[in-house]
Design a protein. Structure first.
Lengths: 435, 144
């Protein structure tokens, strides 16, 4: 089943012609409405009129996460606030999160793309969708919600957390599909088993899982424990939210990118050079229809690969590999993006602490864990040398990380000079999880 | 000076941590008079009274330890039943809070010495002295 047969199965030539036309429009628009793009294009010596083909895209400068932060909160918006009907924001310490906006039409587009994803997963209006993505500033909850309503399915707006209640609803309300992060889905399955629920005989048929990288092995575990088909969905708030690309149930090999709305490129993260089809590199997106928050050549830092070969589902849309890593030091803990620099910001706000720290991501059972190792410096200890001061410190770090980043971390105080020192670029993250 | 200086050393919970402290002190010829180890699930703090505070601090720092110093109070107690109780009774009446304490027996065996950490050190010393207890000065404790 295909939700929008016309656009999802366009012959490649027609699709690329549509992309060029839309690209030219968006480039003109951002150049004249967003100060950042005018300056960036001028610095690169490129005018909107220079963009005549898809190949000309590479003449345009990249946009980075830092550019979005520099223009916090609304500097990248291409429409007046009176046209913005919704904002979302990514996690971040105060003042450093990324704020994105949507016009009424952007919400309609997003809803349609999410509806396309649900249909790609084999769902219809007869399905009941248990939506366990967080509702709020995070794009996951509302994005999936609107898409499910657009399709005409019944949505259970569950949001995240409260595992016992989730399990009760999974049994009593009989949802046929679940939207959640893969790790939380696995956690639900295991908690259910522990409570004696027969998780394989629920009415669940499909999982639309995303917001964090996961592996084929994890897919098999989830499918086995819940007796469902587990599919990968991809998106990021800057580009739109969930629904930028999605795996089809027919092939389960790669995620179809909705190219009538987004142009994807793969680049070498070190040189910025565009790589030929099939090579592994950093994903870069240009949004060609978004009104409130258009992005030109946004560097996602996600590592993937593009394949244009036809798919057995009949869609002509390019497929991206499941995300295999990051080209920066961001880690995703239970669906929350964590940059070492954010943790550093929290630590430096606490008097007496020095920025010698290490982040260790791991998995306990099915849940991601984050340990923050911080050195106990001379300044802090010399004054008192008391245990309770250190315990208080440990509690404060945990609380601040939770407050600012929304993620629970285990703080471990370590002896001075035991955290490795770096000359040049520091490596602050040890990721022990096997993706 | 009636106060006694105690050295605190931050230790991670791992094998060999304590051993390294005692080795550093041994190599510097420093004698430990009394000690106590406070532990939490993640780390420990070793509290020491030594014969040479300055030198101990110096060699420990040179070997990469985080060293803190705390003022504590040493009280002489007759080594017999009720000895400690009489002190605590007096402190209780004065509403003085004990944060932690540890004890060791004097060489002659006639007295025990209790090391107290109070939240109000000066007031505790005054009160104990007035009640007739022997508060040992730092120099005396270091050279026991």
């Amino acid at each position: 089943m295909i939700y929008n047969e016309e656009f999802e199965t366009l012959p490649r030539e027609a699709l690329e012609a549509l992309q060029v036309k839309r690209l030219q429009q968006v480039v003109q628009r951002v150049y004249h409405t967003v100060g950042f793009y005018k300056r960036a294009f001028d610095n690169a010596g490129v005018k909107p009129d220079d963009i005549k083909s898809l190949d000309d895209l590479k003449r345009l400068p990249f946009t980075t996460k830092q550019d979005l932060r520099d223009n916090y909160p609304y500097g990248m918006f291409a429409v007046p606030m009176s046209s913005v009907v919704r904002v979302h924001a990514s996690s971040g310490t105060t003042g450093r999160s990324t704020v994105v906006g949507y016009t009424k039409r952007d919400i309609d587009t997003w809803s349609e793309l999410m509806a396309r994803c649900f249909v790609m997963a084999g769902l219809t209006k007869n399905d009941i969708i248990h939506n366990a993505y967080g509702y709020g500033l995070f794009t996951g909850g509302l994005g999936a919600h609107y898409g499910a309503e657009k399709l005409g399915a019944s949505v259970i707006p569950m949001s995240g957390g409260n595992t016992k209640r989730q399990l009760m609803i999974l049994q009593d309300f009989g949802p046929t599909a679940i939207c959640a992060t893969p790790s939380y889905t696995l956690y639900l399955a295991e908690q259910g088993e522990e409570m004696g629920v027969d998780m394989r005989s629920l009415k669940l048929r499909v999982g639309i899982l995303g917001a964090e990288p996961w592996s084929q092995k994890m897919r098999e575990q989830i499918e086995n424990k819940l007796n469902i088909t587990a599919l990968d969905i991809y998106g990021l708030s800057e580009v739109m939210g969930p629904g930028v690309s999605m795996e089809c149930v027919e092939s389960k090999q790669g995620l179809h990118i909705f190219e009538d709305h987004f142009i994807a490129e793969i680049i070498n993260p070190d040189t910025g050079e565009v790589l030929p089809e099939g090579e592994v590199g950093e994903l870069v997106f240009t949004t060609v229809t978004k009104e409130a928050f258009p992005l030109v050549r946004y560097r996602t830092r996600d590592v993937s690969r593009l394949v244009k070969a036809p798919c057995r589902c009949g869609r002509t849309l390019v497929r991206m590999d499941r995300i295999t890593g990051r080209s920066d030091d961001m880690i995703i803990i239970r669906g929350v993006n964590v940059f070492p620099s954010q943790i550093e910001g929290v630590l430096l706000n606490i008097p007496g602490l020095e920025p010698h720290y290490m982040l260790i991501a791991d998995r306990e059972g099915t849940l991601d864990t984050l340990e923050v190792q911080v050195e106990v410096g001379e300044k802090l200890f010399a004054e008192t040398g008391e245990v309770k001061v250190l315990q208080e410190l440990s509690r404060r770090i945990t609380k601040d990380i939770k407050d600012y980043l929304g993620v629970s971390a285990k703080v471990k105080l370590v002896e001075p000079k035991t955290v490795q020192r770096f000359e040049g670029k520091a490596k602050r993250v040890i990721d022990k999880r096997t993706i | 000076m009636k106060k006694v200086e105690q050295i605190s050393i931050f230790l991670e919970n791992k094998p060999g941590g304590l051993e390294f402290v005692t080795r550093v002190l041994k190599d510097a010829g420093i004698n430990i008079r009394a000690l106590s180890l406070a532990d939490t699930s993640d780390f420990g703090v070793l509290r020491l009274i030594v014969n040479d505070v300055e030198k101990a601090k110096q060699v420990l720092k040179e070997n990469g330890f985080t060293v803190g110093r705390t003022s504590v109070v040493a009280v002489l107690v007759p080594d017999r039943p009720g000895g400690l109780h009489s002190i605590l009774e007096s402190l209780s009446k004065e509403k003085i809070n004990v944060e932690y304490m540890y004890a060791f027996v004097e060489r002659s065996g006639e007295h025990a010495i209790i090391i107290f950490r109070f939240d109000a050190t000066d007031r505790a010393i005054d009160s104990l002295t007035k009640s007739g207890f022997t508060v040992l000065p730092g120099e005396k404790v270091y050279s026991l």
